[in-house]
Unconditional design. Sequence first.
Length: 308
Amino acid sequence: MTSSAAYIFPGQGSQVVGMGRALVAAYPVARDTFAEADEILGFALSAVCFAGPGEVLTDTRNAQPAILTASIAAWRALHAARPELAGPCCVAGHSLGEYSALVVAGALAFEDAVRLTRTRGNLMAQAGTDAPGSMAAILKLDDEQVAALCSQAAAESGDVVQVANYNSPGQVVISGGTAGVAAATALMKAAGGRALPLAVSIAAHSALMAPAAQEFAEWVAGTPIRAPHTSVIGNVGAAALTTADAIRAELVAQLTLPVRWTASIRRMIAGGATRFVELGPGTVLAGLVKRIDASVEVMNVAQPEDIQ
């Protein structure tokens, strides 16, 4: 029987102190996953996940491998405890979450994903130091309006500002230089939208990440990547990534281009997904999926009781 369950994996911002701790206590495979990440990185990432402090976990250099590890621990625990469940029909991850999706689809080894996400975090942090930026969530406007107003703001301010995430209908995140984002948010409010500044100093998914993307491309080129055994819907094109070359191009392009989450979820539903399982910390993606299509079933796997 073909599975109708799609597995989705959270990105940065979903981290929370204590994540993974209960899974590790309940499932040896989850404990081994965190121990493996600690060994690869050469420090106790698990201690940061389980006990914080929050500002250390939130640092992009730690948050990226931490969310990946917590997500894979949840997936492995589910797989070990419920072997009768069919595998997913397709997988996707939001931004950073794409690395978890690629591990589950057999395209990327967990060990390599840990190294890549740590490197990605380091390079993004450096890019944010060299060219500080900001991000804001825009509510109540449609995608086309937000994109057009970003273009207008960029022209008027002479600064970078663009769409970073098409999260769900009526929720779009913009990213860029501080002046560009300020100009864009003023235009969004004048057009009847709401603008909520995000607590970040990194302009993710914008042209300000180009130096990071250039350097990251060398790391991606040197990492073993295989064709996935399960359909992976990529952020950039909202289409299946079927070859190692397509995956490599995606992981680099993803740093400067928007996450097309709404289109990705619709693509998965068109492909037969009727149930979405968010594996890893938080419930952000489950909420977005419900806003994209209220007819599908959503659930989360982050705690032992979710698996039971």
